[in-house]
Design a protein around this ligand. Sequence first.
Ligand code: GLC
Length: 798
Amino acid sequence: MFGKLKGYEEKDHTVCIEFEKGKGFIEVITPTIINFFSPLVSERRISKAVEDLQREHAPFTVDYSDAQLTVRTEKLTVTISDEFLVDLYDANGKRLCADYRGSAQPFVRRGSGEGLEMAAEEGHKIEAERNRQKVRVLKKMERDLYFYGLGDKTGHLNKKGYHYKMWNTDDPSPHVESFEAMYKSIPFLIALKEKVAYGIFFDNTYESVFDLGKENSDYFSFGAVDGNLDYYFIYGPSVQDVVGGYTYLTGKTPLPQLWTLGYQQSRWSYTPEKRMRELANTFREKDIPCDVIHLDIDYMDGFRVFTWDKKKFPKPEQTLKELKQQGYKVVTIIDPGVKKDKGYPIYDEGLAHQYFATDKDGVPYVNKVWPGDSLYPDFSNEPVRKWWASNQKIMTDLGVAGIWNDMNEPASFNGPLPDDVAFHNDGIQTDHREIHNVYGHYMSKATYEGLKKATGKRPFVITRACYAGTQKYSTVWTGDNQSLWEHLRMSLPMLMNLGLSGIAFCGTDVGGFGFDCTPELLARWMQVGTFTPLFRNHSSIFTRDQEPWAFNEETEEISRNYIKLRYQLLPYLYDLLHKGESTGLPIIRPLLLHYQDDQNTYEINDEFMCGEHILVAPVIGQGETSRIVYLPKGNRWIDYWTKQVFDGGQSIIKEAPLDVCPIFIKEGSILPLYPVQNYVGEKEVNQLTLDIYPLDKGGDSRYVHYQDDGESFDYQSGVYNLYTFSMKREDNDTLYIAMEKTHSGYLKEYQSFKFVLNGSHPSKIIMNGKSLQFERLENQTVFEVDDQADLTVELRNW
Ligand code: GLC
């Protein structure tokens, strides 16, 4: 395609290469991130994912000899040969990734004629023709490669051997492994081989595919039906570095308001108002914490977005005010489809200003969604985003606390949007093929910006469709799953891969959306939800009730206990999101993210880390009351329930009756805990609890806890506190625990600290030379200290 390499030129960070039949550009972004670009369609590049890119100082050298160009950064060597073939090596010359030298040779799908027609007639899916790609890159498949990332795709954690499509898709049938496309398109792949990782981010918004060795075991590939060749190679060597690099490009998940981490209850739909109030009261009566209630489409007047059905909600402002007094935040759904309805202000305004996507002749394009005939705002046009952003105020002025954006693939009931539906694309007119995958991304961006302006607080947006970089604007959920054990199982790799794809704040519909849940399934799903960033129970219209109390006392009690555990863990989860603002790391993580040297973790689908300290091995099979848990090498692990200590690098069998979700804490962990509250803000938290899992042998550990007002942007100008806790074991007898305030900026500091030592019974606790009172419980020792700028506690005679 490119022909022979003819020459090159160096410009700023870029090496421009001339080939016989085209141009190639290599741009050094950082010493470990390199962009490869060829203007197959246009020289002009406007990435929808990479905004405000800050380049690091990254010196590099360029050599040309034997028809090969070599670019060297401090960490990487890249060679480019004829045909724009790219090979990458680490600083020691070890090959990391090489372009495949042969040509593509797909496997043959056998069968033709009548048999094939009859199979199709019976309803068997006959694979559509592939390889319509205009842009395609083939990389050599090395042995022992594992693949991760790619957003919300179904199947297993490791994507090797599968083929995926990036085309945001709303398919309500039960999600199974054979789904190639889902609601989200995140064309970012992580490859891990022999403990070394790299990432590839293919920044192309057209329909694209990733074939990870399904077509042919000798290569893996990515490509798209149109657009430029534009991809980033992101070197690790750790997976953490790769996620860091990818989010350096596409942005980090911003710190949300604290209440967004509370429990959320949703259903299609809690209407009318009476039903919503009944729900709100039941949580409080039953002593089950809940922060958020979601209103699904039926609150609207005939599904007209930004309106209320006054029969169901006669005084929304008053209702929301009263719910707020009970501690609830209300999130309303807003879909993109605007009802075609003269006299409806949103429609009239949109039409008057030409804000809707049009057909190729400029006539506003109409398809069908919930309100019937509807038009699609052209979010790829800045004035439309501004208009949509300003509409958020209609909701926030009434007291709405967050916005749930749905159906933004965009979904359509009258067949798919034709390829030639026209979009403005911020001045570079294009069609649906290029905008489809970023439609939800742009909608979330507009919603985020509108909420920020209207409230001045950290916006809470939830979206179903997204593209790379949407994490900057919105949390996501995995769409219409079903109340199936298989969907609980699959939610774990989906959430882990979303996390690796930059989406730190994500969740699934707890209990399942479609189909009827069972008490046992809800109990097990609640246990998983406790550790998922977005903890929202949601179910479809006409399915059986799915609130914590909808089944029986046992399910209610289990739900209550786990939701309460969630509220205790709030500061830990909030700390993770705060750290994630600089590292890009998610809350829910595959074990391999922390145990890359332990290859046993590479294919673990049914366990996950919640941050780096908590390992969760949920039960995800009906009737199961015990399970095998793999504890990774390199640490010792403490059973959260029994306090029994286990060496890492082994599988154990954990008894797990219905009320037990197997949880293991890494030895040396210091977990910050809050008291249980009905909702965030119910109690003034003056005392922080430190749940400590002491080091049994020598060593030390550290934990940094972050505190702020939980809602405003003031933290960005220093209004926050940091507390650094550390633990040191010098000999067998003495454990030192220290606290240091490493940043003081937020006035409401804690007044005291409660230390809970798990599984240990010291005989003496000394602070500043004086003995401290302590309480001894069955397998814990508890003591309290008042706020001290810097504190050291010595625990003697261990
Ligand atoms: C879609 C959403 C679902 C919602 C329903 C009605 O199916 O995915 O969450 O309840 O629409 O708005």
